[in-house]
Write a protein that binds this ligand. Structure first.
Ligand SMILES: Nc1nc2c(c(=O)[nH]1)N[C@H]1C(S)=C(S)[C@@H](COP(=O)(O)OP(=O)(O)OC[C@H]3O[C@@H](n4cnc5c(N)ncnc54)[C@H](O)[C@@H]3O)O[C@H]1N2
Ligand code: MOO
Length: 431
């Protein structure tokens, strides 16, 4: 039996969903560490945050103006303003010492505590200031309703409510909420360190000249970029030739430092496709080999002590698809993401794609964009699995179900690989 089948003799290729389920079920989030809030951007939150107090913590003014009793201002107009005695000024950050009684007002700023007795704030623009028998007086020119210009205690986030859940990447909003509740040290999942080993005797590194039969190793740099975007820490090994001993020598001494390993190349059935041997020698157990997806059909997934080994294809576009569908979800799972699978959307296909209907689902490199509120997707020209050029500008993969074809104008399933622009360079919206 060919060694590629030896440890997975009866396994039929898995559907993409089944393969993703195998990966997610076999992995658990890495341990938690505490880091300063200021350094937490992009890290994945490992704690829930329950509001330990109301936000805002007190009724506060939303305007610079006067805190009043709304009933006192009934009938106020520009012609017949209502005079109120100004009994105190409360800048933001200070506590009122007086209570607003009938016929009285307290000068407040945006963010000031609302004094007892007041139930509305009249903004400066609707008042005039003066003196009435040597008493500072505000003339209110517009009637106020109870609650006007007051943010109620707890209206934003109420004490006891869950305001953040674990598993979300920390961005601007999360940082603001964490700071609001005084979380100076944030619990985050440790970042997965992912070893990347490109294999193939044809490979030379980026700084090396080419000679006949050689190509530059592009996969390591592509995979590293994807790993980083998924919150992992890539650790690049120098590419090695088609020798299990060389592969072992490269990664074995570093296995303890790694949370995951990605190898590219050597997963098919060629004479020099040695990844099954490597994984066996490393003591990793194969969970699946081959999926119903093109490109990227021959992909090996193995696990050793809870660490995933992804044997992805050497073909660059296949490797890209393998990463989007399998490696990145696994890395995100290790990194604690609550939703590790790639985002999918539906978009209208704008061009014809000639690829014939074949059994596995196809994932076509494409450009997703938004125009006039609708999503469109344009399939790239070169779809061969060895092509690199057509990855440029590809922020999505159009999924074509096995055995089917898609037509321009049809709404198709799309796996999102990056941000999409709102203004298409070339608008070709089909209706
Ligand atoms: N007899 C069969 N041959 C092949 C089959 C098959 O079922 N039966 N499957 C084909 C498919 S589909 C794919 S995909 C590839 C998978 O190949 P491997 O993952 O084993 O990759 P290699 O053979 O090592 O390389 C494939 C291709 O990619 C180039 N490559 C490899 N590494 C890199 C790198 N780091 N950077 C840039 N380019 C790289 C390599 O030179 C080859 O051209 O197998 C088919 N064959
Ligand atoms: O499955 Mo291979 O990745 O089509 O080219």
């Amino acid at each position: 039996m060919h060694r590629a089948f030896a440890d997975a003799p009866n396994r039929a290729p898995l559907s993409v969903e089944d393969a993703q389920a195998v990966i997610l079920e076999s992995l658990a989030p890495l341990p938690v560490e505490r880091i300063p809030l200021v350094d937490s951007d992009g890290r994945v939150l490992a704690q829930a945050v329950v509001a330990d107090g109301d936000v805002p913590p007190f009724d506060r003014s939303m305007m610079d103006g006067y805190a009043v009793r709304a009933a006192d201002t009934a009938g106020a107009s520009w012609e017949r303003p209502v005079p109120l005695a100004v009994i105190e000024e409360v800048p933001a950050g200070c506590s009122p010492t007086r209570r607003v009684g009938p016929g009285e007002a307290i000068r407040v700023m945006t963010g000031s505590m609302i004094p007892e007795g007041a139930d509305a704030v009249v903004k400066f623009e609707n008042t005039a200031e003066g003196y009435n028998r040597n008493v500072a007086t505000v003339h209110v020119r517009v009637p106020a309703r109870p609650g006007d210009n007051i943010a109620k205690k707890g209206e934003d986030m109420a004490k006891g409510s869950v305001v953040l859940r674990p598993g979300v990447p920390i961005g601007a909003a999360e940082a603001a909420v964490l700071a609001t509740f005084g979380v100076a040290e944030v619990a985050v999942y440790r970042r997965p360190v992912v070893g990347i080993l490109a294999t193939g005797s044809e490979l030379v590194d980026v700084h090396e000249p080419l000679s006949p039969g050689k190509i530059r190793n592009s996969n390591s740099y592509m995979v590293a970029s994807l790993i980083r975007a998924a919150g992992g820490v890539p650790k690049l090994f120098s590419a090695v030739g088609d020798s299990v001993e060389a592969m072992l020598a490269a990664v074995e001494p570093h296995l303890d430092e790694l949370d995951a390993l990605v190898t590219t190349g050597g997963v098919s059935v060629g004479d020099y496709d040695l990844i099954p041997d490597l994984y066996e020698r490393l003591g990793a157990t194969t969970r699946f080999w081959k999926v119903l997806a093109r490109p990227g059909q021959p992909v090996r997934y193995a696990v050793r002590d809870g660490k995933p080994f992804f044997g992805i294809s050497g073909n660059p576009a296949s490797a890209f698809v393998n990463c989007q569908l399998f490696v990145l979800p696994g890395v995100r799972r290790l990194g604690g993401w609550a939703h590790p699978l790639p985002r999918t959307v539906r978009a209208r296909l704008v061009n014809a794609c000639s690829a014939p209907p074949i059994k596995p689902d196809r994932f076509l490199r494409a450009r997703l964009y938004e125009a006039e509120g609708e999503l469109f997707v344009e399939v790239a020209k070169g779809q061969s699995s060895g092509m690199i050029g057509s990855l440029v500008g590809a922020n999505a993969l159009v999924r074509v179900k096995g055995g089917t074809a898609v037509e321009p104008g049809q709404v198709v399933d799309v796996v999102v690989c990056g941000e999409w622009p709102s203004i298409p360079p070339k608008k070709k919206a089909l209706r």
